[in-house]
Design a protein around this ligand. Structure first.
Ligand code: NAD
Length: 396
């Protein structure tokens, strides 16, 4: 039986908005520019051109809808329109950073929607102080990311990139590639964070006959879910890292994870391990990762998230390589924005906005901040401060 069928579904708990909405709202969306690709492929919904598929729907109801990709600096369209916006829609793929300063200027803002998963581009503490509701489309792209993680692990362990580059360049040298190519079978794979994505990564790795699957999370898994993945929980992060051949990072970026993988923590990993990060770039110190590849402490690093997006030309991860000239499996931020995922997060963002405009309660699992407090346990441990109900936390 598939584990998904035996894992109990989370109850559908909803929370009512405590703030009132306008009959005619200004909705501001910051999306990435798709250009020719978006004109040719209308299912690229997360783009400026295709506007999450919600333009007509909003305008029919008399709401104002502004869409832009221009997000940096005080003269940007984002900052120009923000003070009048009641609803802000952003995506993690082209994040408009809603800093504390900008939140002070966004005096009419009541709802910040992340079309996707991961709301760290918003200063959540400042949003709580201003009683801004922050919601994301939980679960919308978690399969997309889990698949990308498994792919990246294989790409690194199998040393695929140098092999492919060799072929594209007209070469043929088996030994050059094989000298750093391994099997995933028999390796120890560990996830930092065992929420929706981390759990799905472990599920998908089960048939590879790894030596052991490990997970570290401050939130426990429901008993049924824990049985389903046949992985061992490790209480201390450093202990887990010391045992793992492959480490995959699947926790949100928050005060407790920013810069977590610095030179010191990387030095506690097994020498020559592979590190995969599709969570958030800023969880890793970019220079420390590049240095570890060079020294051999890491054999490979891969993922799709960068500490600043778009990443600058001089970002160390663009050209970082291991001693043998491989070990880099970086892509632009694409794992959670497959065509399938775009449909799900566009529909989910629309539903969050619809509920807000209709004065209806939100699904609890989508709420990050509400009524001036965290509604999620995933964005750091705040035992004395949070009213988090645990609806969004470890497990499927
Ligand atoms: P989730 O809320 O279901 O799970 C996150 C888990 O991380 C929770 O179990 C939480 O307890 C755990 N966690 C938090 N801090 C931790 C820490 N310090 N150490 C260990 N565990 C910790 O979220 P999810 O849907 O699995 O997504 C996880 C993250 O992945 C998102 O927050 C986002 O940053 C990232 N993401 C990336 C993409 C992409 O396109 N690359 C897409 C979706 C999500």
């Amino acid at each position: 039986m598939l584990i998904r069928s035996i894992v109990p579904l989370r109850p559908l708990v909803t929370r009512r908005f405590s703030t009132t909405m306008s009959s005619k709202a200004k909705v501001l969306a910051v999306l990435y520019r798709g250009g020719k690709a978006a004109e040719e492929e209308k299912k690229l919904l997360g783009t400026v051109e295709n506007k999450l598929g919600i333009e007509e729907w909003l305008k029919e109801q008399g709401h104002e809808f502004v869409v832009t990709d221009d997000k940096e600096g005080p003269d940007s369209e984002f900052q120009k329109h923000l003070p009048e916006a009641e609803i802000l829609v952003t995506t993690p793929f082209h994040p408009a950073y809603l800093t504390r300063d900008l939140i002070q200027k966004a005096s009419k803002l009541k709802l910040a929607v992340t079309a996707g998963v991961g709301s760290d581009h918003i200063d959540l503490n400042a949003a709580n102080e201003r009683n801004i509701t922050v919601a994301e489309v939980s679960g919308s792209n978690v399969v997309s990311v889990a698949e990308h993680v498994v792919m990246t692990i294989l790409v690194l362990v199998r040393n695929f990139v140098p092999a492919h580059e060799q072929i594209m360049a007209g070469g043929w040298n088996v030994a050059d590639v094989a000298r750093d190519t391994y099997d995933l079978e028999g390796k120890v794979v560990a996830t930092v964070g065992c929420g929706r994505i981390g759990y799905r990564v472990l599920q998908r790795l089960a048939p590879f006959n790894c030596k052991e699957l490990l997970w570290y999370d401050y939130t426990d898994l429901p008993a049924e879910a824990a049985k389903g993945i046949q992985a061992r929980r490790v209480e201390k992060l450093e202990d887990m890292l010391a045992q793992a051949d492959v480490v995959t990072i699947n926790c949100p970026l928050h005060e407790g994870t920013r810069g977590l993988f610095n030179a010191d923590l990387i030095s506690k990993m097994k020498k020559g391990a592979w590190l995969v990060n599709t969570a958030r770039g800023a969880i890793c110190d970019s220079q420390a990762v590049a240095d570890a590849l060079k020294s051999g402490q890491l054999r490979g690093y891969g993922g799709d998230v960068w500490d600043k997006q778009p990443a600058g030309q001089d970002h160390p991860w663009r050209n970082a390589k291991n001693k043998l000239g491989g070990g880099n499996a970086m892509t632009p931020h694409v794992s959670g924005t497959s065509i399938d995922a775009q449909t799900r997060y566009a529909n989910g963002a629309k539903e969050i906005i619809r509920r807000y405009l209709a004065g209806e309660a939100q699904e609890q699992q989508n709420l990050i901040c509400i009524d001036g407090d965290y509604a999620s346990k995933a964005y750091g441990q705040r035992e004395n401060k949070t009213k988090a109900t645990g609806q969004k936390g470890a497990g499927p």
